[in-house]
Design a protein around this ligand. Structure first.
Ligand SMILES: O=c1ccn([C@@H]2O[C@H](COP(=O)(O)O)[C@@H](O)[C@H]2O)c(=O)[nH]1
Length: 274
């Protein structure tokens, strides 16, 4: 099964466009676990158990594990996801980008060490920095295109006078990803929910690509506007929320509260479909 097929399957099974983001911060854990990095796996596994039937994907952000020397806990967490939610794809949010020989090692890390189904990448260093990931048949790669943060404007909204039609940089990335770079149909794009007009523009330039859309929940992106701008029956959108779900409660009921928040977000996304 290709990554795109996995997404379509999970979207149908769980009636969901919601990606549950796993950004564990021990200082935000409930009192019994607070400040203890050795409980990262346990905390995240409880979130996974509580949301497995609500998600189109899980997205662990690698920095939250590496910062606490918790890579081994991330390995165990992904193995846990495979056991309890075998139909939910795992997107490793690593935002890698380096020369080909180094990218090969990052690809081994994402797909062989962690066994992720897809990875996030920066396209800034060009196609040869993306190619090593595409050698992994069936795996996906989401290229940063129009990110959710305000500073994304600094580069992504600059006009490229040297390219036909003088597109904005993010528009050029969208064109490359849906055209010449997408040699085996493995690419998707990252577009922030905080910029629905740009989601619409990216969707027009890349009508068939899956879009990973972070920015609802803690960053305040509009779930309904996101769906209206990006949803297509034949190209999944994967709308990520991390903190709003993980820390819906700081008490012992955190997993139940996470489930309620995830269900609310999933249902709001579903209701906005045209
Ligand atoms: O443009 C981007 C790309 C990636 N992210 C990542 O998504 C989550 C968002 O977390 P929230 O708590 O839901 O705000 C986080 O892991 C970011 O690194 C993004 O926000 N924007």
């Amino acid at each position: 099964m290709t990554f795109l097929e996995m997404l379509q399957d999970a979207q149908q099974r769980n009636a969901s466009m919601l990606c549950v983001g796993l950004d564990p911060e021990p200082r935000k854990f409930p009192a019994a676990m607070r400040g203890d990095p050795s409980r990262i796996h346990e905390f995240c596994a409880r979130i996974v158990d509580a949301t497995a039937d609500l998600a189109i994907a899980f997205k662990p952000q690698i920095a939250y594990f590496a910062a606490h020397r918790a890579e081994e806990q991330l390995e165990r967490l992904i193995a846990h996801m495979r056991r309890v939610a075998p139909h939910v794809p795992v997107i490793l949010d690593a935002k890698r980008g380096d020369i080909g020989s180094t990218a090969e090692q990052y690809a081994v890390e994402a797909f062989e060490r962690y066994g992720a189904d897809a990875v996030t990448l920066s396209p800034f260093m060009g196609f040869d920095s993306v190619q090593p990931y595409l050698k992994y048949e069936g795996k996906g790669a989401f290229l940063l295109c129009r990110t959710s943060n305000p500073g994304g404007d600094d580069l992504q909204n600059q006009r490229l006078a040297s390219v036909d039609g003088s597109p904005l940089l993010y528009e050029h990335v969208a064109r490359l990803a849906s055209g010449p770079w997408n040699t085996n149909g493995q690419l998707g794009l990252v577009v922030g929910a905080t910029y629905p007009a740009e989601i619409e523009r990216v969707r027009a330039l890349a009508p068939k690509l899956p879009l990973l859309i972070p920015g609802v929940g803690a960053q305040g992106g509009d779930a309904a506007a996101t769906v209206r701008a990006g949803w297509r029956a034949d190209a999944p959108i994967v709308v990520n929320s991390s903190r709003a779900i993980l820390y819906a409660s700081s008490g012992d009921d955190f997993a139940d509260a996470a489930r309620r928040e995830a269900m609310k977000t999933r249902d709001a996304l579903k209701a906005a479909k045209r």
